[in-house]
Design a protein around this ligand. Structure first.
Ligand code: HSE
Length: 447
């Protein structure tokens, strides 16, 4: 499909927050890239024709018949910004089947059905681009596919959910508890009425699945990604973390698992996970606050690169959507054959699936807060119990008394999670231990 001198027609599915932002950029192309002037919004699919719209589009191009857009022979690129799993997935697949290129902001669909979608796209010879699915306006997908693709990526560590970062930032600055800050965030519109996807880490899991696939060139199964949210984080943990020189962040991490590469003759496993983590206050991600997102990419030979910016919102997300449209437009403009091969830096390179390691096999450091009887010998008993399971302690501090019990905070060296959990199980049986209110991972020392 060549557009040497013509215009490229866009079918926009959805005119909500991201759809309106996308239309706004396309309608006001002046002082932006000149190629934008060769793009036109041909039709827009909406749920209701009666709703007032923040953008000025002719009523004649609006329709509630979304299928008619993905099958419209005049449309070149379908932009899916309706969100949710269905009908988004089916519409994307139908658009591909009708030879349309697709731009989507839908992390939930790409994380779950990326395999099916990219296979169909490859067969049909069309692009499916998803810059807006991770990190809102931050360019992270294109850099991973292009500028950073000459590196061997070692680790991706991201703060990729603005809602939880906002909640943790306020808990830290106000000393407030999770429930209190969540309620206020909902009142202010920073958190959804149903906050599950954000606060339980599911949104971040979708995003790290997508980033890991690109960075490591393998398809990742979302159900194998370990996921833990922030509901259990207390003001007390944040305060203790602070006193020990840490800050608590919800991190999405993808890295090669610590086990010997290919020790069992199989390709090495990846560890892909989301969980709250204690980060040293000097770590580059520790100062990413409020609703901001950041992704730290570590590779060889480049070293560390951190991409930082607004992770959501109409304008930022639309910026990412339109950058994908522009990429496709540029490529269609420079090709002449109707069945030109896909550009290797934009088409997905991850075709084989990847083995993901279990959380029990993770090697990391831990923080645990333990309430015990306030009597001599308790710290010794704790140390012996951890030692029985090969868990080496970096520090053991008794900070306070809480409800008449001694509050002891333990930070370990790098340990195997399986061993640490066994030590905790034994700890719980000790008569001097009353409760273990929190267990959090601490960013591991380099393995
Ligand atoms: N719910 C997401 C967040 C929005 O809080 O970051 C963007 O994916």
């Amino acid at each position: 499909m060549a557009i040497a001198a013509g215009v490229l027609k866009i079918g926009l599915l959805g005119l909500g927050t991201v759809g309106s932002g996308t239309a706004d950029i396309l309608l006001h192309a002046d002082r932006r890239h000149p190629l934008l002037q060769r793009l036109t919004i041909h039709r827009v699919g909406v749920r209701s024709l009666d709703k007032p719209r923040p953008v000025d589009l002719p009523a004649s191009i609006l329709t509630t018949d979304l299928e008619s857009i993905v099958t419209d022979p005049d449309i070149d690129i379908v932009v899916e910004v309706i969100g949710g799993l269905e009908p988004a997935r089916s519409l994307i697949l139908k658009a591909i089947a009708h030879g349309k290129h697709v731009v989507t902001a839908n992390k939930a669909v790409i994380a779950r059905y990326g395999d099916e979608i990219f296979t169909a796209a490859e067969k049909a010879g069309v692009y499916v681009l998803e810059e807006a699915a991770v990190g809102g306006g931050i360019p992270v997908i294109q850099p991973l596919k292009q500028a950073l693709s000459v590196n061997r990526i070692r680790t991706i560590t991201g703060i990729v959910n603005g809602t939880t970062n906002y909640i943790l930032t306020r808990m830290r600055s106000e000393g407030a508890d999770f429930a209190e800050v969540l309620a206020d965030a909902q009142r202010l519109g920073y958190a959804e009425a149903d906050p599950t996807a954000d606060v339980d880490g599911l949104d971040a899991a979708d995003k790290i699945t997508i980033l890991a696939s690109l960075a490591f060139g393998k398809r990742i199964k979302l159900e194998e990604v370990y996921c833990e949210g922030i509901r259990q984080i207390s003001a007390a943990d944040i305060a203790y973390a602070e006193r020990l020189g840490f800050v608590i962040k919800l991190l999405a991490i993808a890295e090669q698992a610590w086990e010997q590469s290919g020790a069992d003759g199989q390709p090495p496993r990846l560890s892909v996970r989301v969980h709250p983590t204690l980060l040293p206050q000097s770590h580059p991600l520790a100062s990413v606050n409020e609703v901001y997102n950041a992704v730290l990419i570590e590779g060889e030979p480049i070293g560390q690169v951190m991409l930082y910016g607004p992770g959501a919102g109409s304008g930022p997300t639309a910026s990412a959507v339109v950058s994908d449209i522009l990429n496709i437009a540029a490529l269609l403009g420079i090709t002449s054959a109707s069945q030109a091969p896909l550009h290797p830096l934009l088409a997905p390179s991850h075709q084989q699936s990847c083995r993901v390691s279990t959380i029990a096999d993770l090697k990391t450091r831990f923080y645990a807060r333990v309430l015990t009887q306030d009597q001599p010998g308790v710290i010794g008993k704790l140390g012996t119990c951890f030692g029985n399971h090969g868990v080496s302690l970096e520090s053991v501090v008794q900070i306070d008394l809480r409800q008449g019990k001694a509050e002891i905070v333990v930070v370990t060296h790098n340990v195997l999670e399986r061993n640490f959990r066994q030590a905790l199980a034994e700890l719980e049986t000790l008569d001097v231990v009353a409760q273990i209110p929190s267990v959090l991972r601490v960013l591991a020392d380099s393995l």
